[in-house]
Ligand binder design. Structure first.
Ligand SMILES: Cc1cc2nc3c(=O)[nH]c(=O)nc-3n(C[C@H](O)[C@H](O)[C@H](O)COP(=O)(O)OP(=O)(O)OC[C@H]3O[C@@H](n4cnc5c(N)ncnc54)[C@H](O)[C@@H]3O)c2cc1C
Length: 423
């Protein structure tokens, strides 16, 4: 029997970052193994409930972001749609949501001077440059409605966090991405996870259900240990949250102190409270999305824009609704009350319901006092060792950061010109 191939690269963590890094390294000629105690996908995995596909909270792909660009480059087919019409909640009234300069002028939910001011903000957005905190930039606008709308947009596009510390450059970049549009995916984000894992397997990547417990330098590069498994490899990508990565090498090694704890200290998590429901009937079809102007809340009927039935030939409707409250804690009643306004009577049609009081959305809060995106932990940690994930590297937020850092990790370990040395 032939000897099993020894991996030349080990990727720890099979979320979007790990899958992207593994596929990229394999395409550059490495023989890659991926460890994760859970099935591939991490936070991008969907679950099935009551005949519907439900993501872990509301997941929208920014169509102009690093992740969507890379998936297009890979030729992945990711069908889906955008939520419409969008509504803005003010008090207990719903108004048309301004999506551009023209619709802003007609937005009844905002005072007229604010509409004019916001139209200018949107028109200048592609060229706007600012430094400091998001709060300072927002507070520099004249009208209270302008400031309230910009705060709501900041929450929506960055998933909240302390606006007094949020870097305005990161916010502006995210707002520019948001104006280019988002897509809800048919089949949920599991479709994306499956597409990436299948590509990786086809490129020779091997998946193993190990939880890494220790990492240290070795004669051949790096030694990674799990219960019942050890690998010594020249290349390692740690594609797990920086705080978990730091646990793998808690003490200084005889060779050097790995900068994992320093990296973990620079990665700040952002959480939300999340309510997901599957409904057998949708009380108001034309009200699929509402962002609250005054409270940190939004709700969206994902199944209005994407096919989320487990069996699309099944004629029974399945409506998947996601409600989010930023910067927890929030009682579940606050999220339910928001849905009461958007979809009155929804409680009579619940087939599945899940409330998560605090989900980690990402680990890459861009704190302007630490340099914004550039102050996050670096991808290149040491020769042959890289970090990847949505808390790492200086590009993008959320899945865009996960994918961008994974590609940068592959560049650090196997620059494209060194392909022939890979194996
Ligand atoms: C509620 C919510 C809403 C979101 N909305 C959006 C959105 O609209 N748009 C967007 O772009 N992004 C969104 N995201 C963020 C997106 O899901 C993440 O950025 C992305 O999935 C992170 O991928 P990752 O690989 O960095 O991390 P993860 O998905 O966390 O993957 C890390 C993996 O490491 C594994 N692991 C941990 N410890 C070990 C160990 N010791 N050994 C081996 N493996 C280990 C874990 O099991 C996990 O699979 C959202 C996330 C949430 C939770």
């Amino acid at each position: 029997m032939p000897e099993p191939t020894r991996p030349s690269a080990l990727v720890v963590g099979a979320g979007l970052a790990g899958l992207t890094a593994a596929l990229e390294l394999a395409q550059r000629g490495a023989s890659v193994e991926v460890w994760d105690p859970a099935p591939p996908g991490g936070r991008a995995r969907s679950r099935t409930h009551a005949g519907a596909i439900v993501d872990l909270g509301p997941h929208a792909l920014y169509t102009a972001g690093a992740a969507a660009r890379h998936f297009a480059h890979l030729g992945l087919t990711l069908e889906g749609g955008s939520p419409a019409p969008l509504l803005l909640r003010r008090g207990d009234a719903l108004h048309p949501f301004p999506t551009g300069a023209w619709s802003l002028l007609r937005c009844s939910g905002l005072a007229f001077p604010a509409r004019l001011e916001l139209a200018g903000v949107l028109l200048r957005l592609p060229r706007t440059r600012a430094e400091g905190s998001a709060a300072a930039w927002i507070d520099g606008h004249d009208h209270p409605d302008t400031r309230a709308f910009l705060r709501a947009l900041a929450r929506l596009s960055c998933y909240g966090g302390d606006l007094g510390r949020m870097d305005v450059g990161a916010l502006l970049a995210q707002l520019r991405q948001a104006t280019a549009g988002v897509r809800y995916l048919d089949g949920g984000w599991q479709r994306l996870v499956d597409a990436l894992s299948n590509r990786a397997r086809a490129a020779g990547v091997v998946f193993a259900r190990h939880a890494a417990r220790a990492l240290r330098p070795s004669d051949t590069g790096w030694r990674v240990e799990a219960r019942g498994a050890v690998r010594e490899v020249p290349h390692v990508v740690l594609a797990l949250p920086p705080s978990r990565a730091a646990e793998l090498a808690p003490e200084p090694t005889p060779h050097a102190e790995l900068p994992l704890r320093a990296a973990a200290a620079r990665a700040e998590a952002v959480e939300v409270a999340s309510l997901a429901v599957v409904l057998g009937e949708l009380p108001r079809r034309r009200a699929p999305f509402a962002l609250d102007l005054e409270r940190p809340l939004y709700a969206s009927v994902f199944s209005n824009a994407a096919e989320l039935r487990l069996d699309p030939t099944d004629p029974r409707p399945r409506h998947v609704v996601q409600v989010v409250a930023y910067d927890p804690p929030h009682p579940v009643e606050a999220l339910e009350a928001h849905l009461d306004l958007l979809q009155p009577g929804w409680r009579a049609h619940v087939l599945f319901r899940r409330f998560a009081p605090a989900l980690t959305v990402h680990h890459g809060f861009p704190d302007h006092t630490r340099g914004g995106l550039a102050g996050r932990p670096p991808v290149a940690l040491a020769p042959g060792l890289a970090l990847a994930g949505d808390g790492v590297g200086s590009e993008g937020l959320l899945a865009d950061a996960a994918v961008a850092s994974a590609l940068a990790a592959a560049d650090h370990l196997l620059p494209a010109r060194a392909r022939s040395d890979a194996a």
